[in-house]
Design a protein around this ligand. Structure first.
Ligand code: ATP
Ligand code: MG
Length: 289
């Protein structure tokens, strides 16, 4: 094993997982150095959540090698779980408990002594901007508040590595900024962050390294800003066409008149259904120039 691999926070080699014969993660390789923020970006169904679930031990590794904090994800799941924090894509807070109780119970689950668990819960309520709602039940929280609480809950055991599956999906801009700042603070403290996102600006702001996945495979990996510029479609041009109107001719006629956009690219990426030369809906990818 190379020296960097020995110290990697996460190391995957030929990592594979299928569900009922359908491949979700198709033999991928990646390495997350400790102390950085590492992002996964990709369309719905790309395999991001499945990869995260193998890392935090909710889904069994089917093929290949996966090491988390130097431990074998197949054989040392329990040890891995005690040292990492997890923010799942779906909310799994306990609806029968109050907000404070959710945090205290999580601490107790990790073996934190009762008085310390209560102190920690209070710190995390402040962190999540939920101190004034501490005694309310989970049902009383908005979707964004639940996500903030999930992030706080992932910190109960003071983890070395935090896996966050779409941590800011559904948050309003202010709440998103609060989560970003919290994650930036954690990263400055040396915690390794592994996150999935659909937001390019989130990837570019938070991540030191970004991996783009599609259809179970890695498309590319590198510096977030460069990858986002190269690989991510910035805008979709959608035209609703009247009868007899040819979308391609229309795009050609306006090419050069929409400043900052390359409509020639849009033509190449047209997704108009074959055989419908005129009328209907026309859409294409537009690259910002
Ligand atoms: N429990 C499951 N049973 C069967 N198929 C599943 C299951 N979980 C995921 N899949 C399939 O595995 C593939 C990858 O799904 P995954 O949830 O990992 O994608 P994702 O990149 O996280 O997508 P999204 O951006 O929508 O969250 C998809 O084809 C999905 O339908
Ligand atoms: Mg997902």
């Amino acid at each position: 094993m190379a020296r960097s691999e020995e110290h990697a926070a996460v190391l995957a080699r030929g990592l594979k997982k299928s569900y009922a014969g359908r491949v979700a993660v198709d033999g991928i390789d990646f390495e997350v150095p400790p102390g950085i923020c590492f992002g996964f970006l990709g369309p719905n169904g790309a395999g991001k959540t499945t990869t995260m679930k193998m890392i935090y031990g909710l889904v069994a590794v089917e093929g290949g090698e996966l090491r988390v904090l130097g431990l074998d994800a197949r054989r040392q799941r329990r040890e891995i779980k005690s040292r990492i924090g997890v923010v799942p894509q779906e909310t799994n807070l306990d609806g029968d408990l109050t907000i404070r109780q959710n945090l205290i119970f999580q601490g107790r689950y990790f073996g934190v002594e009762s008085r310390r668990a209560r102190e920690r819960a209070d710190e995390l309520l402040e962190f999540a901007l939920l101190a004034d709602r501490a005694e309310e039940r989970i049902q009383a929280l908005s979707g964004g508040m639940k996500r903030r609480l999930l992030v706080a809950r992932a910190l109960v055991n003071e983890p070395e590595l935090i896996v966050l599956d779409e941590p800011t999906t559904g948050l309003d801009p202010q709440a998103r900024l609060a989560v970003w700042r919290a994650l930036e603070r954690l990263r400055r403290q040396g915690v390794t962050l592994l996150l999935t996102t659909h937001y390019m600006e989130e990837a570019a702001r938070l991540c030191d390294r970004l991996l783009i996945m599609d259809d179970g495979r890695i498309v590319t990996e590198g510096q977030p800003r460069r990858l986002v510029d190269q690989h991510v479609v910035r805008e979709i041009l959608e035209l609703e066409l009247g009868d007899g109107c040819d979308g391609e001719a229309l795009v050609e006629s306006i090419d050069g008149r929409v400043s900052g956009h390359d409509l020639a690219d849009a033509r190449r990426a047209s997704t108009r259904r074959p055989g419908s030369r005129s009328g209907g809906r026309w859409s294409g990818c537009v690259s910002a120039g």
